[in-house]
Design a protein around this ligand. Structure first.
Ligand code: BYC
Length: 325
């Protein structure tokens, strides 16, 4: 079903309807689920919102790894709340995708069969407690940079989901930075752990924004439809500019000697991530891809009896209602 929805190319959109639709987008109007929309617009949204939902759900795994080993009860409670928030984000986003006529089951099956992607970042392991700081600071920081503009995206249910998600992501980023401060201003061993986490998460965080603009296949059309508000490179640059002073405050070094202020462009220069590595990771060959999908497959299989029970109950109730009428 998902493949059918996303692969079939839109060939016969009425040109008049298309022009009227584009005029609504250009006027900054929100598109709602029952409004007419081009098939390509709907497919792009299903792809992007679905990938985003999967990222929130899979994103629980690297952090869930540390819940039982958090250093204090307070840190454990905070991390637990953050991971639960990510589950909530996934659910708002699946709901937004469902308004486009695709079911949550279809999306999940597409994730498990490898037809749909989730963010590359979650295919890297979280090896130490400092990684919880780096994930909150850098990964949630990159997510906010991408998602704040999406509050103004043209599709109403997606834009509205983003408002709440962004509020929660800001808290997540602050808690990550708080862990980094504790570690960076702690003992030399703690500071070394913080630096090591920054070293490992820097380039994968830059990759979260997607390939460089020259290799981004969807950006031009998605920006014309206001599904995306900025190019990948624009957001990556803003992220670097925001993060470098934060690293300086922590007394940590960005693992890229090319990071220097460029007064002419009004931003920091930086080295591109290894794009070969990025494309390998999104093809399924990253360090943790197999482990992440296996964990989601197990959760899906373990939950089958709950879904079956609920469906049987719903069918029984529907049958009883028909009999009563
Ligand atoms: N990872 O033409 P492009 C979070 C794919 S989670 C994997 O530039 P587009 C959080 C792309 O899908 C953050 N794949 O694509 C959760 C396309 O392949 P397909 C998730 C990537 O869509 C828990 C191909 O590369 N955020 O916040 O215009 C804890 C070409 O790329 C990635 C979102 O999903 C990647 N990094 O732009 C903490 C935000 N990058 O689909 C935090 C919404 C690219 O043709 N999504 N690809 O097979 C977006 O803004 C856009 O989809 C992207 C990519 C900027 C990610």
């Amino acid at each position: 079903m998902y493949a059918q929805m996303v692969k079939s190319e839109a060939t016969n959109d009425d040109p008049e309807k298309l022009a009227a639709f584009q005029a609504r987008i250009d006027a900054g109007e929100k598109i709602e689920p029952k409004d007419w929309m081009p098939e390509g617009y709907r497919k792009t949204l299903v792809r992007q919102i679905g990938q985003h939902a999967h990222s929130e759900i899979v994103g629980q795994l690297p952090e869930g790894n540390w819940i039982t080993r958090a250093p204090t009860l307070e840190r454990k409670a905070i991390l637990l709340a953050k991971v639960q928030d990510e589950a909530g984000h996934g659910l708002y986003l699946y709901c937004a995708a469902e308004t486009l006529g695709v079911s949550r089951d279809d999306l999940t099956e597409a994730l498990l069969s490898g037809k749909m992607k989730y963010s590359s970042i979650f295919n890297y392991p979280t090896l130490t407690w400092a990684d919880m700081g780096a994930v909150g600071w850098l990964v949630d920081g990159a997510a906010i940079m991408n998602q704040v503009p999406l509050q103004r995206t043209s599709f109403g249910p997606y834009a509205r989901a983003m408002v709440r998600i962004c509020k929660e992501e800001s808290f997540h980023q602050r808690q990550g930075y708080d862990i980094m401060m504790k570690m960076a201003f702690g003992t030399p061993a703690q500071k070394a752990m913080a630096q090591d986490a920054l070293n490992r998460f820097w380039y994968p965080s830059l990759m979260m924004f997607g390939p460089s603009d020259k290799d981004s296949v969807h950006s031009a059309q998605s920006m014309a439809w206001r599904i995306k508000m900025n190019t990948n490179d624009e957001l990556r640059q803003k992220f670097v500019d925001q993060t470098v002073p934060q690293a300086e405050y922590l007394g940590l070094t960005i693992p890229d000697p090319a990071v220097v202020w460029n007064a002419e462009k009004g931003g920091y220069d930086y080295s591109e991530p290894d794009w070969t590595e990025f494309f390998e990771v999104i093809k399924g060959n990253g360090p943790c891809n197999a482990e992440r999908i296996a964990a989601r497959q197990k959760a899906w299989d373990d939950g089958a009896w709950v879904r079956d029970g609920l469906m049987a109950h719903a069918r029984k109730r529907a049958g009883a209602q028909v009999a009563a009428e």
